[in-house]
Design a binder for this molecule. Structure first.
Ligand code: DC
Length: 239
């Protein structure tokens, strides 16, 4: 007697989320992890940064949420996935350089607290995941709001002084510019407060996330740890 035919449903997506405060190395870790596992990487902070840059550069009144959302929608934010890491585009023009400027850094937390802007970003991010369903997605709300059903969720933290030191080193290497780690620590703390204190999708560790304090860990140690945790839950990614 034969039983029912069981057909394994094909694995249609793998979503790994990495959330945490500014300067924990999420972007570099997400990129390295995605490379290792053959996944794409989505930098959602770049989308909020691009929105901030658009508002500044187009002189949109900073308290006019409707005008801000309309301008951000008009920009049709999307990525060029042929580049590695993918290039952030607005009106089909690269925003990669502009979004790292100091004025964008200052304003981005304010725009990221606007619910209308967030709704738009969440929709876009979910659409991206439908288009590229094998994804490491990093930000503040990826495991909690955007991809609550993610396969593996991480939440990275580190002491603010260590985060500031790492950022200062990164800026020195990339821009050959010396920045004061104490000033950076103050900026990071201010951003963390706004990101964690906002009403809509505040930064917080999802209950089902793997929380990792990277204060005492090197980049390679963090990467090894995340890779191990993902492969323990998704061994097929190692094949
Ligand atoms: O990760 P980052 O520093 O590039 O993020 C820039 C800002 O965008 C940060 O202040 C928080 C906000 N952000 C957010 O609110 N939600 C996300 N998913 C990603 C970033």
């Amino acid at each position: 007697m034969s039983g029912p035919v069981v057909i394994d449903s094909p694995r249609v997506s793998v979503i790994i989320t990495i959330d945490g405060p500014a300067g924990t190395g999420k972007s570099s870790i997400a990129r390295a992890l995605a490379h290792r596992l053959g996944l794409r990487v989505l930098d959602t902070g770049a989308m909020y940064r691009a929105a901030a840059a658009i508002v500044i550069d187009h002189d949109v009144p900073r308290n006019d949420v409707r005008a801000i959302s309309a301008k951000v929608e008009e920009a049709d934010l999307h990525f060029d996935w042929t580049a590695d890491p993918p290039t952030m585009l607005a009106w089909n023009k690269s925003m990669d350089e502009r979004i790292r400027d100091a004025d964008v850094n200052e304003f981005v937390s304010i725009i990221a607290a606007m619910s209308e802007v967030r709704r738009h970003m969440v929709r876009k991010q979910q659409l991206i995941a439908r288009q590229y369903p094998y994804l490491v997605s990093e930000g503040r709300d990826q495991g909690s709001v955007v991809f609550p059903q993610a396969d593996v969720k991480f939440y990275l933290t580190a002491d603010v002084a260590v985060r500031a030191r790492r950022r200062a080193e990164q800026i020195r290497e990339e821009n050959e510019r010396i920045v004061d780690p104490d000033e950076l620590a103050r900026t990071l703390t201010r951003r963390d407060e706004i990101d964690s204190g906002r009403a809509d999708s505040p930064l917080k560790c999802p209950d089902d996330a793997i929380a990792i304090d990277t204060t005492e860990m090197s980049f390679d140690e963090v990467l090894e740890r995340l890779t191990r945790d993902v492969l323990a839950l998704k061994p097929e990614l190692g094949r």
